[in-house]
Ligand binder design. Structure first.
Ligand code: HEM
Length: 140
């Protein structure tokens, strides 16, 4: 991609984000890295301990969701049915701190995979939107 095209590149258009992250394979690697980081690093223990489903199930569900969310195939709907993200978290105890931890863990996973700054910054802005809605639904 030339510099001129790069300046005009918009992640949010069509399936650009999905392609930039490396399609389904890239999303699976991102989610694996996200959960490996959450499990391994003490600073994320508060959100790691919230998980009750087996790790394989949590990974599969998040990967399937992110696939459609990034403009790719709607795997979550295909495999698990419909979902409303804030409502799916409503029974959890998620406040500012937990939302911050989730976002930091996701940033760490994106950086571990070596994605370019533009993609990381774009995705962090996008992830902050559902994270804040979740926090509001959990009302902390
Ligand atoms: C705000 C901070 C967040 C926290 C602390 C959090 C935590 C969790 C936890 C504990 C689960 C349950 C998993 C289990 O029991 O194994 C879960 C499920 C899930 N989360 Fe989050 N999450 C957050 C934000 C997000 C965001 C921003 C997204 C999407 C962009 C997301 C997507 C999902 C999906 C798709 C599931 C599976 C839901 C289902 O199939 O029922 N989460 N989350």
């Amino acid at each position: 991609m030339g510099d001129k095209n790069k300046a005009n590149f918009a992640f949010g258009v069509g399936d650009n984000t999905y392609q930039a992250v490396g399609q389904e394979e890239g999303i699976v690697r991102l989610v694996d890295s996200f959960y490996a980081t959450m499990a391994a690093e003490e600073q994320y223990s508060a959100i790691w301990q919230m998980h009750s489903a087996p790790p394989d199930i949590s990974r599969a569900r998040l990967s399937a969701f992110l696939c459609g969310w990034m403009g790719g195939p709607r795997r979550y709907q295909e495999q698990f049915g419909s979902i409303q993200i804030p409502r799916a978290h409503a029974s959890l105890d998620i406040g500012h701190e937990e939302a911050k931890l989730w976002l930091a863990c996701m940033r760490s996973a994106l950086e571990t995979l070596g994605h370019c700054d533009e993609l990381v910054e774009y995705l962090m802005i996008q992830f902050a939107v559902p994270a804040e809605r979740i926090r509001q639904v959990c009302q902390r």
